[in-house]
Ligand binder design. Structure first.
Ligand SMILES: C[S@@+](CC[C@H](N)C(=O)[O-])C[C@H]1O[C@@H](n2cnc3c(N)ncnc32)[C@H](O)[C@@H]1O
Length: 198
């Protein structure tokens, strides 16, 4: 696709997401919990039920997964829960500017095991920087995967990142995801945002 066309498409997606954001939660809270790659929404729905005071947003690239997650949210009748069909990086741009992230979950992201595909992984240095730019100081990033090489790489990225510090903090909320139920084992990491407020 020619670059001008790609830019125009991105701008129109961003504008549509901003409009969707404006319609959701008329008055947005100062801070939200975000699940990136929420799939069918099992985890975040359970999380939002257990944490009714938190506003929870799930985002996934796949329309059918988001449709199922939305159905689940409707059935649960939770006003503090919503799902977006979008690329996570674009959604971060579309959020109302004052809204900050207090907790971020990334659970079993696609591992892209082949080296030439690593560029497709969601957790890379530029995205960690973008997340830190939207996070509250002290916010938690909770990452879980069954693919140990990805786990080690993210652990190293976070340990060397100026805005994130891995901690020995307990995993804040247990609820088995679809991909977790298929995994024999998994690795979890919690990191705290040390960046000053943007
Ligand atoms: C392996 S699945 C895991 C789903 C769920 N977290 C679970 O544990 O069952 C990874 C999910 O991340 C989504 N995803 C991948 N890249 C994404 C991106 N850039 N923005 C939003 N979602 C993304 C995929 O569409 C997929 O649903």
């Amino acid at each position: 696709m020619p670059i001008e066309e790609a830019n125009a498409l991105r701008s129109s997606r961003l504008a549509a997401l901003q409009a969707e954001c404006a319609e959701l939660w008329g008055g947005w809270p100062a801070a939200i919990t975000l699940e990136i790659g929420c799939g069918h929404g099992h985890f975040l729905t359970a999380y939002a039920q257990t944490n009714p005071a938190e506003h929870c947003l799930g985002v996934d690239l796949l329309a059918d997964r988001v449709a199922r997650a939305r159905k689940k949210a409707r059935r649960a009748g939770r006003a503090n829960l919503a799902f977006f069909h979008a690329d996570a990086a674009l959604l971060l741009e579309a959020l109302p500017p004052a809204v900050r992230l207090q907790r971020i979950f990334v659970l079993f992201p696609d591992p892209w095991p082949k080296r030439r595909h690593h560029k497709n992984r969601i957790l890379q240095a530029p995205f960690l920087q973008q997340l830190a730019g939207r996070a509250l100081p002290g916010a938690l990033l909770c990452f879980r995967t069954d693919f140990e090489p990805y786990f080690r790489e993210v652990e190293s990225l976070l340990s060397n990142h100026p805005a994130w510090r891995p901690e020995q903090a307990p995993w804040p909320f247990e609820f088995e995801t679809v991909f977790q139920s298929r995994a024999e084992t998994h690795h979890s990491l919690v990191a705290r945002c040390t960046a000053p407020a943007p």
